[in-house]
Design a protein around this ligand. Structure first.
Ligand code: DC
Length: 223
């Protein structure tokens, strides 16, 4: 049976950085499910769909083939055969992903893909509903979070390093909006699974978080 580690939490909590490091340490596959929602959102944007038009999104998602491939250990997302990994990180795509991810047909399609992958491989999978819906039987579940201010500050620095200047207030407001949407949608909202370990990383370094989670994994295996 494959070993599955589920990491959920709000935007900017450090999920992908942490999940990637844990996957590398354990030689597991890292699965970024947000990237799949982003690829689907890019498809809708390219079609010119309105972010509020969930009916059109439900109809269109049938013709989007999303798959993932690993190149030198890095996850690439393919949309109808095209590697769209370089195009999915913008705020525009992130906001569209947050608005299109509540559409049931979108969730069904991507959840199925994620379940199949985790049944075949040892994975560290991050997202919003991994511990609650996608992998309810994951051996390890983590709910990773940090204060809104800390998450906004991390994002601000990330953008600054890329030479992009945005106001901290605008980033914080955007994060708060996205949290609200992710936590209050009807289908698979972001919430901590009952059996997940709550980890607030506001005052922790990346290394401390990685060590803490690896400690949990070791503890589980000794049981
Ligand atoms: O983690 P991210 O910012 O790349 O995710 C983009 C959006 O996708 C996010 O607003 C919520 C959605 N998402 C989701 O609904 N379920 C997941 N498992 C992962 C992401």
């Amino acid at each position: 049976m494959s070993f599955n580690i589920a990491i959920d939490g709000p935007a900017g909590a450090g999920k992908s950085t942490i999940a990637k490091k844990i996957a590398a340490k354990l030689s597991y596959i890292y699965v970024d499910t947000g990237a799949m929602y982003r690829a689907m959102a890019l498809y809708f944007l390219r079609l010119g769909l309105d972010p509020e038009d969930s009916e059109s999104m439900a109809a269109a998602c049938g013709s989007a083939d999303i798959s993932i491939r690993y190149v030198d250990g890095e996850q690439n997302v393919l949309l109808n055969g095209e590697n769209v990994t370089p195009y999915i990180r913008s705020e525009e795509v992130g906001n569209m992903a947050s608005k299109s991810s509540p559409v049931p047909q979108v969730r069904e399609k991507l959840t199925q893909l994620q379940k199949e992958l985790a049944a075949r491989e040892n994975v560290v999978m991050d997202g919003r509903d991994i511990g609650t819906c996608v992998l309810p039987r994951a051996q390890i579940k983590i709910y990773l979070t940090a204060s809104t201010h800390t998450r906004a500050l991390r994002r601000f620095k990330e953008l600054e390093e890329k030479g992009i200047r945005e106001s901290l207030e605008a980033i914080e407001a955007d994060i708060a909006d996205r949290d609200y949407r992710d936590m209050h949608r009807e289908l698979s909202p972001l919430r901590q699974a009952e059996d997940a370990w709550y980890l607030d990383t506001s005052d922790m370094s990346i290394e401390e978080v990685v060590e803490a989670i690896l400690g949990r994994v070791a503890q589980y295996r000794e049981k």
